[in-house]
Design a protein. Structure first.
Length: 138
């Protein structure tokens, strides 16, 4: 099996060349950022990742819609919240996603990966919603 960092790069290349108007690449970026976050991760990175996962998994926003939400959030300088980092970051990884054939199966696996990572971070749900409400996005 391919290493997870290599799988993430392959998956990024796949989604960037996918030609998908929904821009599923955004979901890959968010799932990976949240799954790999640690104490040294910038707060804005995890804030955007968790906001994107919430909007996609719970509100069914497309990657393009999430990207626009991130743009709106980035316009205002602020102190970004601190989120709890769960020890378990989800049952799927980029390597799991890449094990699926390109096309609808892999695209569905991306959604499943996002759901897996979001479920792991679910303890932060209220804080993510509060953050998004500040931007009229929740």
């Amino acid at each position: 099996m391919t290493s997870d960092p290599d799988a993430y790069h392959e998956l990024s290349a796949y989604t960037l060349t996918h030609g998908d108007v929904a821009f599923i690449h955004q979901h890959v970026v968010d799932a990976h950022a949240a799954q790999r976050a640690d104490a040294n991760t910038k707060r804005i990175t995890l804030s955007f990742a968790l906001a994107g996962l919430y909007l996609h998994v719970e509100r069914q926003w497309s990657g393009r819609q999430v990207q626009l939400a991130h743009t709106k959030m980035a316009r205002r300088k602020r102190e970004w919240p601190v989120f709890q980092l769960p020890s378990n970051r989800g049952s799927m990884t980029a390597a799991h996603v890449m094990s699926h054939p390109a096309g609808p199966e892999r695209d569905k696996a991306i959604d499943d990966w996002c759901a897996s990572v979001w479920a792991a971070f679910r303890g932060n749900r209220a804080a993510v919603i509060t953050l998004l409400e500040e931007y009229a996005l929740a």
